[in-house]
Design a protein around this ligand. Structure first.
Ligand SMILES: [Mn+2]
Length: 155
């Protein structure tokens, strides 16, 4: 974080963006149809797991992470497509609980702008693009709304 000048936000973070209450989330908490992932998430974030993991050498930790990544890729390729997207009812509930009319998240790698009705008002869910070695995308907020702009990355 120090190297990039970034700030670690909590899982659910509400901001006011051009006058619209906007939720920022990673997005994985919204994928409630993927029970297996939600179970694994609880385990991976537990104090017991962290203590055990951090007691290992860097080399062992890297090997375990690589193994998890491979097995996650295999599991992902076997899951039905819809299971790994957000659950719309979960989106509605989280937005209602936080008084938001806009939600910005990533995680699903399905970049898009979704407009829908939320208690009689127009609400928006914006899904961020994934980043690659040489290019990515960023959102730009203007008075007229939010647009996605491609970014070239130099290394
Ligand atoms: Mn993710």
């Amino acid at each position: 974080m120090a190297a990039t000048g970034s700030t670690l936000l909590p899982d659910i973070y509400l901001i006011e963006l051009e006058g619209i209450p906007t939720l920022l989330m990673h997005g994985d908490l919204l994928c409630t149809d993927d029970k297996e992932y939600q179970q694994a998430r609880i385990m991976l974030r537990s104090d017991a797991f962290a203590q055990d993991f951090l007691s290992k050498t860097i080399k062992d930790r890297k090997a375990i992470a690589a193994d998890y990544r491979q097995r996650s890729g295999e599991a992902t390729s076997l899951k039905a497509d819809g299971i790994m997207d957000v659950n719309h009812q979960t989106v509605i509930t989280v937005m209602q609980q936080n008084g938001a009319l806009r939600l910005i998240h990533g995680h699903t790698h399905r970049p898009d702008f979704h407009n829908f009705d939320l208690d009689g008002k127009t609400a928006q869910r914006i899904v961020l693009s994934e980043w690659h070695t040489h290019y990515g995308a960023a959102l730009q907020a203007t008075k007229a709304g939010i647009i996605s702009r491609p970014i070239e990355l130099t290394t």
